[in-house]
Design a protein around this ligand. Structure first.
Ligand code: DX5
Ligand code: ZN
Length: 220
């Protein structure tokens, strides 16, 4: 499977959003990762639906929308996404997450199911027909600049093994949180396919983003 890079927009310079989006595209990333937080599922509030739609209207690469929101089904129709985009919801945030995943499919975009560090991998087992990507959180979600949780490598590797065992080798694994060059390399060896690049690897003072993207691809 191709290794893909998804740039975390919450880490970009939001005072000049359009330029930031074009800069990220120009740097050569594959997706724009957009974190939506509600101040309840996670203790922070970041980007919102209007911003997703604004970015979608100018972006030429697909979006990778990560909803850290309770009962995400309430908001799915608020975003104008298409078949190239991922819309990812958290297992823990929704009592009827199967229905929500089906709702996202009906909307015409790709689905992602995110698991917090402590959430068992079995949560994926009966939902594999409804997911186009598994998002393994490598930190507890809510903030940039955190440290990788201790079980991240083991969990990523087990996720890959289980998905393969369930006949789902086609489902990519995304990793999100503290994806530095070093952690990216390790997690890639554990079977991660999509890497969310934030403050640990892409938004680095005095380093050109194009160079960071090249360096990151080189370590994978
Ligand atoms: C939360 C975010 C963060 C962040 C990643 O879901 O996606 O994980 O932007 O960046 P760093 O490298 O700061 O963890
Ligand atoms: Zn995220």
């Amino acid at each position: 499977m191709d290794k893909l890079l998804s740039a975390s927009v919450m880490c970009a310079d939001l005072t000049r959003l359009q330029d930031s989006i074009f800069e990220l595209e120009n740097a050569g990333v594959d997706y724009l990762h957009i974190d939506i937080m509600d101040g309840s599922f996670v203790p922070n509030i970041t980007l919102g639906f209007d911003l997703v739609n604004a970015i979608k209207s100018i972006a030429s690469i697909p979006l990778d929308v990560h909803m850290m929101v309770n009962e995400p089904s309430r908001f799915i129709d608020r975003m104008n996404l298409d078949e190239r985009d991922y819309l990812c919801v958290h297992y823990e945030a929704d009592i009827h997450v199967q229905r929500t995943l089906a709702q996202i499919r009906d909307k015409g975009c790709k689905t992602g199911l995110a698991l917090n560090p402590q959430t068992p991998l079995d949560s994926l087992e009966y939902l594999t027909d409804y997911i186009d990507m598994a998002l393994i959180m490598t930190v507890s979600p809510g903030f940039a600049g955190q440290k990788l949780f201790e079980g991240a490598q083991r969990k990523t590797q087990q996720a890959r093994e289980l998905l393969d065992k369930w006949g789902c080798s086609h489902i990519p694994i995304e990793v999100d949180g503290n994806i530095s060059f070093e952690n990216g390399k390790k997690l890639s060896r554990c079977g991660a396919d999509i890497f969310v690049l934030g403050t640990s690897s892409l938004f680095i003072k005095d380093k050109e983003m194009k160079q960071s993207v090249r360096d990151f691809r080189a370590v994978l």
